[in-house]
Design a protein around this ligand. Structure first.
Ligand SMILES: [Zn+2]
Length: 198
């Protein structure tokens, strides 16, 4: 019988993406064994995340400033916006230093199954950013999943009539592929070979 404290922490960890109850319990035991070393580090890191990190009102990135470092970086191309589903996708593209413009994080993808509608994502804010002018290109960098592509088509339709070039990643990637899992070479290729949305 595990103590109430262990159950509480295991339960909290098990809600994290990719962690089930079994791996959560293993993580808790691992931490208990390292209560002098790894546990304080984890506590400090969690506190810092809680205290310092905020969501950027402009693009949806997570950073210590709002607007974020990418939005305020004058060396970046102000005239192109790369639209991604999640912050993790932004980080994947940016880690690879592939895209020099700005980003827009949707906060998910359209999904009939999960009941995610356009108004649940930041599509309205994206249209506002484009409507403000000064944007030449919108790169749709959705995942190569059915829902990702549905989302890309929906946004492309909403941008019809706006004076921007709308392009899409050339998915030389496996169908169902998620950006976050791609190696940098594949990502670079997909970005270089981006094509107009038809
Ligand atoms: Zn930002």
């Amino acid at each position: 019988m595990a103590s109430q404290e262990i159950e509480a922490l295991s339960g909290a960890l098990a809600r994290l993406p990719g962690l089930g109850p079994r791996s959560a319990r293993r993580a808790v035991l691992w931490l208990i064994k390292r209560r002098e070393t790894a546990l304080p580090q984890l506590l400090a890191a969690l506190t810092q995340v809680q205290d310092l990190l905020v969501e950027c009102d402009t693009c949806g990135n997570v950073d210590t400033t709002n607007p974020c470092g990418i939005c305020t970086d004058p060396r970046r191309d102000q005239r192109s916006i790369c639209v991604v589903e999640e912050v993790a996708d932004l980080w994947a593209l940016d880690r690879a230093r592939l895209f020099t413009g700005k980003y827009h994080v949707l906060g998910g993808r359209l999904s009939a199954l999960e009941g995610v509608r356009p108004e649940d994502l930041t599509i309205g804010q994206l249209l506002d950013r484009v409507a403000q002018g000064g944007i030449d290109e919108v790169v749709l960098a959705m995942n190569a999943t059915l829902e990702g592509q549905t989302t890309a088509h929906y946004i492309a339709e909403r941008l019809e009539g706006a004076t921007v070039r709308v392009t899409q990643l050339a998915h030389g990637l496996p169908v169902g592929g998620e950006l976050d899992y791609l190696d940098e070479g594949t990502l670079a290729q997909a970005l270089r070979a981006r094509r107009p949305v038809t």
